[in-house]
Design a binder for this molecule. Sequence first.
Ligand code: ATP
Ligand code: MG
Length: 342
Amino acid sequence: MTEKRAITIARGDGIGPEIMDATLKILEQAGAQIDPEFIDIGEKVYLEGNSSGIPDHAWESLRRNKVFLKAPITTPQGGGYKSLNVTIRKTLGLFANVRPNVAYPQFIKTKHPEMDLVIIRENEEDLYAGIEHQQTPEVVQCLKLITRPGSEKIIRYAFEYARKNNRKKVTCFTKDNIMKLTDGLFHKVYKEVAQEYPDIETEHWIIDIGMAKIADSPQDFDVIVMPNLYGDIASDVAAQITGSVGLAGSANIGDQFALFEAIHGSAPDIAGKGIANPSGLLNGAIMMLVHIGQPEVAARIHNAWFRTLEDGVYTGDIAKGGASVGTNEFADAVISRLGQLP
Ligand code: ATP
Ligand code: MG
């Protein structure tokens, strides 16, 4: 039996605690060898006067365990509060954001049933480097930062990911016809790194037409790598055309640390009602199990989850007015299908 792996866990705000409890219950019943260590971050901590939302004991836990399963966090609106997500990404050096976007024609109506792509977004540089200036009272400026090492790291990660996951093509999106130096460097490094992977097909699109192609024929893509801001927008578009924000998980990967989460926010409009879909966080947790070397448990959970939806057991966001179950009933339905053949 695998030794239990210590994992740092934040139950989050809004629907966070409900979907985290459901997810952890499924993991436990599936036999995941994890030892959860809970930290308190987010809204409550902000409102106690810590503007980063992350107390020292939370950083200590993260540094010790190196693997983080995070429920959605609310950043209070208005002045003084930093985005906790950006702070965590930068502090832990999580340079890659990995977002699989798969269509589920078996249970969600879609125009693109063949869609199965992975967006790999650079997570630290570009317009998110936080270099903003006020030049005059009426002129402000934000600098776009692209480095060779940063680009090489994310692009190599994309090609390695493709190889490891048996994917055939890595596409690159930039706007290097306009930003010849910054996006030009990203594209140049892409072409250099690509030569080391002759087994993988390559392709480059200017971001605007690339996005249009994702919207029109997402099935033509496999792995797509791009700078930070484009990746932010492209991954929301891709998630939306798969059918529901409540389904997808994402991984943020660094050299030493890794963070797994749902792609959606804390959904305060439905918090406390016990109706949220735990699937996004569960899919994040499944990516985590693969990352920590427990792929069999990951596959067992994924199969049970898929079965549950195939059997027509839906939370409200999927049922869209039809019969639906609550968060806990959904989790129990997944648990009762663990161990069934796919
Ligand atoms: P954030 O700024 O935190 O990303 P957001 O504005 O993107 O938040 P979400 O919190 O993601 O918004 O919610 C968007 C909509 O989707 C809301 O109506 C919410 O109720 C719904 N939603 C989000 N997650 C889920 C879920 N897990 N189950 C059901 N509905 C959800
Ligand atoms: Mg959002």
